[in-house]
Design a protein around this ligand. Structure first.
Ligand SMILES: [Zn+2]
Length: 233
């Protein structure tokens, strides 16, 4: 399956795209030999939403809590762990290590493929990102990790190909996607198709369009999305 940024897919299609039976965890270090996978999912009332920097191409992603071992155990009150009690690195730890390796050696940044949950059963590819940094913040209760991801300029894998001109692109916030999905009823706005949908910028960013409100974003099926790209070129 050739996915491009802002494509919409079911949970099953997402698992198939990654060649796995299920995707349970939010952070999946090196799920693929070439990249890691992050699932962003916004709970209602989430205290923290994916934060997009004003450059429009950088996001901050919160690390993972300690796993819930018993009912009298409160992961939200404990520091996010870098290691398990055994000393083995957690997913946080693996991501941190790749940042440190990136900064110390001449190793390239870890490539992160990010999917976001729009609604139950409705996912969207947020894009491929470079994991460029992390920080530790105190959220009032405990220490949490924030990973800094920057949209990749150019992705050229065997199965996934996309060229992004960064200055002409901006990340569409998950909140906006959610609003657009609801407004357009999960259908292409032109032909009402419900499969192979894509979040489309009606007026491209390069022509003054914005990704920051639902007004300029709509659902298009693959056919109508391709027709539109052909017209612009
Ligand atoms: Zn259509």
């Amino acid at each position: 399956m050739n996915l491009i940024r802002d494509d919409i897919l079911s949970y099953r299609e997402m698992c198939d795209a990654e060649n796995v039976q299920t995707l349970q965890r939010g952070m999946n270090f090196r799920l693929n030999p070439k990249y890691s996978v992050i699932l962003m999912s916004q709970r209602t009332n989430a205290p923290y939403k994916d934060k997009i920097y004003s450059d429009g191409i950088t996001i901050e992603y919160e690390g993972h809590d300690v796993s819930k071992r018993s009912y009298d155990h409160f992961p939200k009150l404990e520091d996010q762990p870098e290691k398990l009690p055994s000393g083995k690195l957690t997913q946080n730890g693996l991501f941190i290590k790749s940042v440190i390796d990136f900064k110390n050696n001449d190793k390239g940044p870890e490539i992160i493929k990010v999917y976001e949950k729009i609604m139950p059963g409705v996912w969207s590819l947020k894009g491929f990102f470079d994991l460029i940094d992390y920080k530790i913040l105190h959220d009032g209760e405990r220490n949490v990790y924030r990973f800094i991801l920057r949209l990749k300029n150019n992705v050229d894998f065997e199965t996934n190909y996309q060229i992004i001109e960064l200055q002409h692109n901006r990340i569409i916030p998950s909140e906006v996607k959610k609003e657009v999905w609801k407004r357009d009823g999960g259908k292409c706005v032109i032909c009402k198709e419900t499969k192979n949908l894509h979040f489309d910028h009606e007026l491209p960013f390069s022509k003054g369009g914005t990704s920051l409100t639902a007004k300029n974003v709509r659902l298009l099926c693959m056919k109508h999305n391709l027709q539109k790209s052909a017209k612009i070129e």
